[in-house]
Every structure is written in structure tokens, then in C-alpha cells.
Write a protein that binds this ligand. Structure first.
Ligand code: AMP
Length: 249
């Protein structure tokens, strides 16, 4: 059983994302970057499956600038066996990432591809779904529990108002949600060991994929600031304001 796991280098979840002064995107200069939190959960799940004897090999994949190597080393320190970087200076949008993953899946033939449910920088929530569609594979999205068998798996999905459990044949694509597990802390000896693990590098051209962006970001802006509240004297005044000022009743 081979598992491929996606790890995106994204703005650290503790950092407050701010638009650039000219509104042309999110400010990334001098901003701490880390592994996308949902991808940490995906790596953790792959490592747990391997520790349970259900997976033989874990390949971590990251796509973006050369700095993604750092993210891949973190995945290797968590327990992935080897890593693949697809290096590109062009902004990689979900469709391009999904096409690159498809090309790598065709080379590596994994049984399972684990991705985060969404990247916290673009909040697209598209890549896993697009990849499953491009491959013609089944998909279990928003997984909060995964039971892996030899040639199938069940995925419990977090849906509005409860859980839904689906059965999938392998190979399959699964995107993971917050409550699947709690990722481990990376220990120093494992960081040292990770430096020696193999890391291959490709360019999109090597994989025959055109990564030209299909979407143009028109504007990035802060959400409107919250207005200060007012104190009302009594219920009658509250109702009056709701009726005549807010016009919500
Ligand atoms: P998105 O569709 O952009 O919200 O991303 C969903 C998931 O796709 C992420 O949590 C990652 O697992 C994966 N992914 C997206 N972009 C990349 C990338 N550049 N490199 C590696 N994985 C990615």
C-alpha cells in the first residue's frame, strides 16, 4: 500500500493574513510560512496507517517555490519516507496542482492520495475534488475517520448537522478535516534523520503540465471593520431599532 500525501507551504495559521497595500493579493513578504494545517493532519494519518502496518510507503509532495523543500523536510521528519517537489515560480492554482498530482500519480501509482480539505491561504477547497475527477477515482472529502482495508476504505465525512460514512474502492482520493487526528510534534532526531531521506525534484514541463493560471485575482481586501455597538434603554427601544434602523424584523 503506497500513500501519496499533499503538503502545501502556506501562510502560518497564527499569522493574520493582510492584503497588500495595492490590493493585488495577500502580503507574503516577511511572513512566517508553515505546512498547511490540514496537510499536517493528512501526513499524521498516513504515518499512523503505516505504524498500524497498513501502509508500506509514504510519499510527501509539495508544489511551489524551492522553499517548499522546508515543508517537505517537515513531512519527512513526521515519518514520510520520501518526498517530491514540483518547483514552479508561477502561482499554482488548484486545477494546475490537480493536473500535476495526476501526472505524479501516473508515475508513482499510489493506492491512496491524502490531501487537506482546504489550503488556509486560498481557501479554495478544490484540489482533491479536481484530482479525483481527473483520475476518475472515488473521493471521500472532509474525512474525520478513515478505515483502510486491503482494497477498499470507509471514510466518515463531516457534513452539516452530523457525519456521513461512505465506502470507496481503492485507489481513491481522500481530503482530511480537522477532527481526524492531532498531528505529532516533530522530534529533533527525526529532523536530523529527515535530512538524509530522498527528495526528488521536477518542473511542471517535466510532467507535461501547463500551469498557466486560469483565474485572475481582481482584488484582495480586508473585511469591513465591525461597527461599535450601542446600549439601549429598554426592550421597546431595542425593537424600534431592529424594526426601523436595522430593518431586520
Ligand atoms: P485548496 O484546493 O487550494 O484549498 O487545497 C486543498 C489541498 O490540496 C491542500 O490542503 C493540499 O493538501 C493540496 N494542495 C493544494 N495546493 C498544493 C500545493 N501547491 N502543493 C501541495 N499540495 C497542495
Amino acid at each position: 500500500m503506497k500513500i501519496m500525501v499533499a503538503v502545501k507551504r502556506a501562510i502560518d495559521y497564527n499569522v493574520r493574513a493582510r492584503p497588500k497595500a495595492d490590493g493585488s493579493g495577500v502580503e507574503l513578504a516577511n511572513v512566517k510560512m508553515s505546512m498547511n494545517p490540514f496537510d499536517e493532519i493528512a501526513v499524521e494519518e498516513a504515518v499512523r496507517l503505516q505504524e498500524a502496518g497498513k501502509a508500506d510507503e509514504i510519499i510527501a509532495v509539495s508544489m511551489g517555490t524551492a522553499a517548499c523543500q522546508e515543508t517537505l523536510r517537515t513531512a519527512l521528519a513526521m515519518g514520510a519516507d520520501r518526498a517530491i517537489l514540483v518547483e514552479s515560480g508561477v502561482e499554482l492554482q488548484p486545477l494546475a496542482v490537480a493536473k500535476l498530482f495526476k501526472a505524479l500519480v501516473e508515475r508513482e501509482q499510489p493506492d491512496l492520495v491524502l490531501l487537506g480539505k482546504q489550503a488556509i491561504d486560498d481557501d479554495s477547497n478544490q484540489t482533491g475534488q479536481m484530482l479525483a475527477a481527473l483520475l476518475g477515482w472515488g473521493q471521500g472529502t472532509f474525512a474525520c475517520k478513515i478505515d483502510l482495508g486491503a482494497d477498499d476504505l470507509t471514510v466518515t465525512r463531516e457534513v452539516d448537522g452530523g457525519n456521513q460514512t461512505v465506502a470507496l474502492k481503492l485507489p481513491a482520493v481522500v481530503t482530511v478535516d480537522l477532527r481526524l487526528n492531532e498531528p505529532r510534534y516533530v522530534k529533533l532526531p527525526n529532523i536530523m534523520k529527515a535530512k538524509k531521506k530522498p527528495l526528488d525534484s521536477f518542473k511542471p514541463e517535466d510532467l507535461g503540465v501547463d500551469v498557466t493560471p486560469r483565474l485572475k485575482l481582481l482584488k484582495a481586501s480586508e473585511p469591513p471593520g465591525r461597527q461599535a455597538g450601542v446600549k439601549v434603554a429598554d426592550v421597546a427601544e431595542l425593537l424600534d431599532k431592529l424594526r426601523n434602523e436595522a430593518k431586520v424584523i
